[in-house]
Design a protein around this ligand. Structure first.
Ligand SMILES: C[S@@+](CC[C@H](N)C(=O)[O-])C[C@H]1O[C@@H](n2cnc3c(N)ncnc32)[C@H](O)[C@@H]1O
Ligand code: SF4
Length: 450
């Protein structure tokens, strides 16, 4: 483990690098018109990735950092879905050509807060405008609490291939402290049900750094989770940003583990999972050795997008729904996050675009460096610069900071080849930050590194 002083020095706010430039640098200069033009320029033979955002949940987990709201009535969900199916049609018309969907991901919020008939309605709307085939992956984020058999049946009928279940921690004390009571048996019942309707690819989300959590709770949770036999796990460090997510103020800060304790939790989890046949993927994912994600890691084909690590290699990801982000060959666009404004834009006959950023050649190079570092934990700067028609001089300003990282034991530097050390893995975002020319402009927008 790194010296505590070193760890504390690097435990500063840094982006999660699910995009570069990161979202605080999106501006309104990219609007619905630009978005429409970018969509129309995408060649028809290109397979696309589609992300659909459902910003609703039944209750609020105090740790939640997602874009969601609590609904007690179903009417707002129906209204939202009507607008989203209109958006799917509008985007398809703007593309102008029929595309194959290689990856579809429903996230949130909680997509399983949709009524079973609406799960089928949304899936039908997507299939009406995009081609799915036997190779298409269709993943849905699932909150197992209170899910009925009718919802599970609808997910199977809709053709979902991968389920990603939120678990976080199984200890009662932690669950009480975050307002999320989720018994093991209920989670187990849902996973059995999903497998029963043919959804056999199972991921689970866990968290460390939650209130009252210690190494013991994290390991006890993982032990139980392994009984559920998931092929992939994500273990996210709790991002505490109460100035942005005010419900996080419900969390007792005195019960939150400190930097050193968080580090120990993450390391203990990694060792435990590796001892149980999982491969560690990047910063926070784990997959069984023969899982496509482990294979992608080995072959250099792993990618990172707004949902985190992915095997999806589509050039274009189209985000649908309020707050969704699209990653297009020309740049990024984000939909309006406010549901009322999102709906109004659709009623007015526009794409519901709020902002975005057009990529420069320099952005593309830095984005590639950051993505490869986040995925492979190593990079040859000469090689990647050459792939972008540049020399390594383009990134020369990073040199002094890289030497500092090497002296602190986060990376090994061999000429222009960077390898993140085992100690540096959890701080890989700090290594990426060296290449981020926008960073200083975004103070107060990110969570801490560990
Ligand atoms: C959209 S939720 C998953 C689906 C469903 N809403 C649920 O919670 O079961 C995505 C995941 O993000 C993670 N997450 C949420 N808030 C977080 C935070 N503040 N810091 C780190 N991870 C967080 C949790 O692991 C959660 O399962
Ligand atoms: S963690 Fe999931 S269920 Fe909990 S509030 Fe956030 S999105 Fe909703």
């Amino acid at each position: 483990m790194l010296e505590l002083e070193t760890l504390a020095r690097y435990d500063q706010p840094v982006p999660r690098y699910t995009s570069y430039p990161t979202t605080p640098h999106f501006t309104e200069t990219v609007d619905a018109e630009t978005h429409a033009q970018w969509l129309a320029e995408i060649p028809g033979d290109e397979s696309l990735s589609l992300y659909v955002h459902i910003p609703f949940c039944d209750t609020m987990c105090w740790f939640c950092g997602c874009h969601t709201r609590i609904v007690n009535r179903y009417e707002p969900v129906t209204a939202y879905l009507n607008h989203m199916t209109a958006e799917v049609e509008r985007v398809a018309n703007t593309l102008g050509k029929r595309h194959r969907a290689s990856h579809v991901h429903w996230g949130g919020g909680t997509p399983t807060s949709l009524a079973p008939t609406d799960i089928l309605r949304l899936s039908d709307a997507m299939r009406t405008h995009f081609d799915f085939d036997g190779e298409s992956e269709f993943a849905v984020e699932i909150d197992p609490r209170g899910i009925g058999d009718d919802t599970i049946y609808a997910l199977g009928k809709a053709g979902v291939t991968r389920a990603s279940l939120g678990i976080q921690d199984f200890s009662t004390k932690v669950q009480q402290a975050v307002n999320r009571i989720q018994p093991f048996n209920e989670t187990n019942r849902v996973i059995d049900g999903l497998r029963g309707v043919g959804i056999t690819e199972i991921n689970v989300d866990l968290m460390y750094g939650l209130p009252h959590q210690g190494v013991e709770e994290v390991l006890a949770t993982i032990e139980r989770v392994l009984e559920l036999e998931p092929a992939r796990l994500a273990l996210f460090g709790y991002a505490h940003v109460p100035w942005m997510k005010t419900h996080q103020k419900m969390i007792n800060e005195a019960a939150l583990p400190g930097t050193e304790e968080r580090w120990k939790q993450a390391e203990a989890a990694m060792t435990f999972l590796e001892d149980h046949g999982f491969i560690t993927i990047g910063l926070d994912h784990f997959a069984l050795e023969n899982d496509p994600m482990s294979v992608a890691l080995k072959t250099g084909a792993l990618h990172r997008n707004f949902q985190g690590y992915t095997t999806d290699h589509a050039e274009t990801l189209i985000g649908l729904g309020a707050s969704s982000i699209s990653s297009l060959p020309q740049g990024y666009t984000q939909n309006l996050p406010q549901i009322n404004l999102y709906r109004r834009a659709i009623d007015d006959g526009h794409l519901p675009t709020a902002r975005g950023v057009e990529l420069s050649d320099n952005d593309r190079l830095r984005r590639a460096v950051i993505e490869r570092l986040m995925c492979d934990l190593e990079i040859d700067l000469v090689q990647i610069c050459a792939e972008h028609g540049e020399t390594a001089d383009t990134l020369a300003e990073a040199r002094p900071k890289l030497e500092e990282l090497a002296a602190d034991g986060l990376i090994e530097l061999d000429g222009d080849h960077i390898t993140v050390t085992p100690d540096g893995r959890l701080l890989v975002r700090c290594v990426c930050a060296v290449f981020d020319v926008y960073l200083e402009m975004a103070e107060g927008k990110h969570s801490k590194a560990v």
